[in-house]
Design a protein around this ligand. Structure first.
Ligand code: SF4
Length: 288
């Protein structure tokens, strides 16, 4: 772990942003201990040579205290775009918790994206922030714990994520699932999609946002293919034949999977968009 000084903390999100309704993005860490084999943060454009070498922005709180009062728009702040804000280091460092305390004092809405049940530690704060708006989204790409251990080796198991989701739902905090990526030839089957939807419903989640496929580029692709060779011999060749150098890699039978997904969500009363913070909800309604 390294300490670094950041110049700014909140970055403005290009508007309109219909998926999470974010106005600002915030990263307290650079790098991520979860080590997902498909992680896009390995792409060259982000300039992170070693994803597991995590840097901590030690001046984040001074920056946040300074920047928040100067924002004219109280838009949603997103946590967890290029790292997981509840990766294992957070248990001791409490960077995310301290940032949430400052945000709660300033009355800004928040969206959390995580693969970790550590977020339950901050349920009290998120419940308070949900008086304005808070949504806690758990990324689940497979409901199978054994498979997840291969694909997301440093992250808590999906069953733990669902247990955490149940606690948020019981506490009345809006919670649901980001089902993305859905890895071609590994996770793009009806059973997986059905099981993610069913488990979300059982945990009281109210939404699932799906991305049926994945993206691959430069260094991210190299790392992913090396892991396929280790974990699923022969699969790299299928990817190379199907996708070549393509960035966007769709799931097999996307239309069929999409239909299965929508039918299962309808059956369980789960919506396929995140309910957004008031002012952004109108924009979402126009765009989607
Ligand atoms: S949790 Fe997210 S940021 Fe961290 S390694 Fe996995 S995909 Fe990358």
């Amino acid at each position: 772990m390294r300490e670094i000084l950041a110049k700014t903390l909140l970055s403005a999100v290009k508007q309109p942003e219909p998926w999470f309704g974010l106005r600002y993005n915030m990263n307290l860490y650079r790098g991520c201990q979860h080590g997902c084999i498909y992680c896009d943060t390995r792409s060259e454009c982000y300039g992170i040579d070693d994803l597991s070498d995590v840097a901590v922005k030690v001046n984040a709180f001074d920056l946040l205290q300074d920047e928040l009062p100067r924002k004219r728009v109280k838009g949603t702040i997103g946590f967890g775009s290029m790292n997981d804000c509840y990766q294992p280091l957070e248990a001791d460092l409490r960077m995310t918790r301290r940032a949430l305390e400052i945000i709660a004092r300033h009355g800004f809405p928040v969206h959390i994206l995580t693969k970790s049940d550590l977020v339950v530690r901050d349920l009290d704060l998120l419940q308070r922030i949900s008086g304005v708006y808070a949504a806690v989204s758990f990324t689940v790409t497979t409901a199978d714990d054994e498979l997840a251990q291969k694909l997301e080796p440093g992250a808590p198991l999906p069953s733990w994520r669902y247990a955490a989701m149940a606690q948020f739902s019981a506490a009345g905090v809006c919670s649901g699932v980001m089902m993305m990526p859905v890895l071609p030839f590994i996770e793009d089957n009806e059973e997986n999609v059905q099981s993610i939807v069913r488990r979300t419903a059982e945990a009281g989640g109210s939404y699932i946002v799906a991305g049926l496929g994945m993206t691959l580029r430069d260094r991210q692709r190299e790392y992913y293919y090396a892991q396929l060779d280790r974990l699923f011999p022969g699969l790299r060749q299928k990817y190379e034949r199907r996708f070549g150098e393509r960035y966007s890699c769709a799931a097999n039978g996307t239309a069929r999977l999409e239909a299965v997904f929508r039918e299962a969500c309808a059956r369980y009363g789960i919506v396929t968009r995140i309910p957004l913070y008031g002012p952004q909800a109108a924009v979402q309604g126009r765009l989607l």
